[in-house]
Design a protein around this ligand. Structure first.
Ligand SMILES: [Zn+2]
Length: 212
């Protein structure tokens, strides 16, 4: 495999990118000068260096630099989980970081989040290795003691999203029953096949309002 092919393979792994687009990226990079490539590399390295994963909701975030003399409480916890003005009686479970950003930007939901890290494929033997189900259970048990009342499942409307919804409800049943926590799913305001990530504010608002 030559360098063009190797890079093409890497771009093909990016979400939503096929072979032809991957090749176009490679040819685009070839047309750029050395400093463009160096800056590109540097930014990727910085991203990996600066990024942190929240120990509570598992989203990726760039921590704000600590000021000298400030106490180092909640290291590794993101600004959403730290935000006391948000409603901690609601926990929205979403597939990935980009979904979380869409819901957050819509400003219609004011509760907390949990990033599952993927969806459950319909044919899958080793589900636990693909999504953070154990981490989710631990979090709910902890949050239940801090006023959690409702869990909102917010997966995309696809067979895999539906399957994940079903799977999570089943897995959480024992905990939600024993702590008397309501579990709901986003309403069908989202049309079939719609990804949360690409939904507009009104769609998210309706889906939230019509949750069941
Ligand atoms: Zn967090």
């Amino acid at each position: 495999m030559d360098t063009i092919e190797k890079l093409t393979e890497i771009f093909k792994e990016f979400p939503g990118i096929g072979e032809r687009q991957a090749k176009r990226f490679v040819y685009f990079l070839m047309s750029k000068n050395d400093s463009y490539a160096e800056n590109f590399l540097l930014l990727i390295k910085d991203l990996k260096k600066e990024i942190s994963q929240c120990s509570m909701c598992f989203r990726f975030f760039i921590p704000t630099p600590k000021r000298v003399g400030t106490p180092t409480v909640n290291v590794g916890v993101c600004e959403i989980c730290k935000d006391k003005t948000l409603d901690s009686s609601q926990l929205m479970i979403i597939e990935k970081d980009s979904d979380l950003e869409s819901v957050r930007k819509s400003k219609v939901y004011h509760g907390k989040y949990f990033v599952l890290g993927g969806l459950v494929p319909i044919v899958e033997k080793n589900t636990k290795s693909r999504i953070r189900i154990n981490e989710l259970k631990d979090k709910i048990k902890k949050d239940a003691k801090n006023g959690l009342e409702e869990i909102i499942l917010a997966f995309s409307l696809s067979p895999q999203g539906d399957h994940t919804d079903f799977y999570i409800r089943n897995e959480l049943k024992e905990i939600t029953d024993s702590f008397n926590i309501k579990i709901s799913s986003l309403g069908r305001g989202l049309s079939t096949g719609t990804e949360l990530e690409y939904s507009d504010n009104d769609t998210i608002k309706n889906a939230l309002k019509n949750r069941q």
